[in-house]
Each structure stands twice: as structure tokens, then as C-alpha cells.
Design a protein around this ligand. Structure first.
Ligand code: ADE
Length: 226
């Protein structure tokens, strides 16, 4: 899978994309994540990408030309399944959406910034708008990093233990059960006996029961869906 991210702040993305599973997936050739500086697609001397809004509101607006140039340059190289824009008014990102996106070949993520982007970009160049939650970030870079992380870790082989992505919280609309490791007792705080019992069937039953109880207590909305 290839993810091209277009941003005015590439430095906000280099750290998050270069660590842990995202780095490993890229090193293994399972994912390619390329960050593009929108300023490289300007035609003006000062590499300006924004201008004042028509109608006179406060704040600057990203212009359509550099965005169109950037997307067109990428589309010349390969076909894209989606051209995504990160925005608080997009469709709410969740696990089913991450699962679906992990099956795609090539996607572009355009990060929103400043006061907004020229609406014609959204009308004519964007195929999907995604919000990572009902709050407003200063830009779409963190949202793009979160989407890339959630999607890339689902690509088969990205996570060492094949099972672990499938047993994540949310994959079955249940929160994950608690996990423990050595020591079995610390300051008198004990690991549940069942986990030390060696009865795998009973342990699995306990895990499922814990997952159900935690979901009922913490996220009852997940149990109501579908
Ligand atoms: N840009 C600003 N806020 C955002 C959000 N909540 N989700 C995605 N992109 C954003």
C-alpha cells in the first residue's frame, strides 16, 4: 500500500511516521508513506500556498492551484483509490473504515490547515473527507498520522503476531480484556488466578467475559450497534 500525504508542515509528520510498526511496515516493503510539501507545487516566487478569503473573513485559505498541481503530479505516476481530506466535518474515522482502507492500493491524504482550503478543492479533487473526532485540531497532520497508523498496522505482516490486530479492541465491537505480565504479584496486587491456571478454554471464556463487562461498563454504545 502507498500513502501520499500532502501538507504545508511535513516536519509534523516525519517523527510519527518513522517509528515502531509504521517504520517496520515501510522497512519490510508492506507500506510506502511519502510526505510532500505543498510549497513544492507552487508556481510563485515566494512559494505561497494561501491567500485571503473572498468575502472578507479572518484567516488565510489554502489555494486550489498548488493542491491541484500536487494531486495531478501524483496521479501521473499511478492511480489512486481515494483522495482524502482531513477535516472536522468529515466522516468519523473508526475501525471498520480503517479495515476497509487497509485493503486499498494507493491513497492520497491532503492535510487541511489554516482557516480552511478553497472549497473547490473539496468539490472537485477530494473523494472522501475524514474526521478523527469531534474536536478541532490546528491542522490535519496529526489526523493523517493517526489514519496512516491505524490503517498500516492492519496490512498482513505489519504486526509480528498475526493474531494481534484481529484481537484488538473494536475489531469485534468489544473492548480488549485486561492483560498482565510477570510478576504474578506486585506490592500485594495479584494477577487474576484464572490466567495462571493453565486451563486455556477457561482462560478464553474469562477473557470474553471481561471484554463484555468492560464494554458494557465503558462503551455501551458499541453493543447497541448493528
Ligand atoms: N483537522 C482539524 N480538526 C480535525 C479533525 N478533528 N479530524 C480531522 N482533521 C482535522
Amino acid at each position: 500500500m502507498r500513502i501520499d500525504i500532502i501538507t504545508v508542515l511535513p516536519q509534523m509528520l516525519t517523527g510519527p511516521l518513522d517509528c515502531s510498526i509504521l517504520k517496520r511496515a515501510q522497512d519490510k516493503g508492506l507500506a510506502e508513506i511519502v510526505v510532500h510539501n505543498l510549497r513544492d507545487y507552487t508556481t510563485n516566487k515566494h512559494k505561497r500556498v494561501d491567500d485571503y478569503p473572498f468575502g472578507g473573513e479572518a484567516g488565510m485559505v489554502i489555494q486550489i492551484e498548488p493542491v491541484d498541481n500536487a494531486i495531478a503530479a501524483l496521479k501521473q505516476q499511478r492511480e489512486y483509490d481515494e483522495v482524502i481530506f482531513t477535516s472536522p466535518d468529515g466522516e468519523l474515522f473508526d475501525q471498520p473504515m480503517a479495515n476497509q482502507m487497509s485493503t486499498l492500493q494507493n491513497i492520497i491524504i491532503l492535510c487541511g490547515h489554516y482557516k480552511g482550503i478553497d472549497y473547490r478543492i473539496r468539490e472537485h479533487l477530494i473523494t472522501k473527507e475524514i474526521s478523527i473526532g469531534d474536536y478541532v485540531l490546528t491542522g490535519g497532520e496529526m489526523a493523517a498520522a493517526i489514519i496512516a497508523d491505524a490503517v498500516v498496522r492492519l496490512i498482513p505482516g505489519a504486526i509480528g503476531d498475526e493474531q494481534s490486530a484481529l484481537s484488538d479492541s473494536f475489531q469485534d465491537n468489544l473492548l480488549a480484556p485486561p492483560v498482565y505480565t510477570r510478576p504474578a504479584e506486585y506490592k500485594g496486587w495479584k494477577v487474576p488466578d484464572i490466567l495462571l491456571s493453565g486451563h486455556q478454554a477457561k482462560i478464553d471464556e474469562w477473557k470474553l467475559q471481561q471484554a463484555m463487562e468492560r464494554t458494557k461498563a465503558l462503551r455501551p454504545d458499541l453493543l447497541k450497534e448493528d
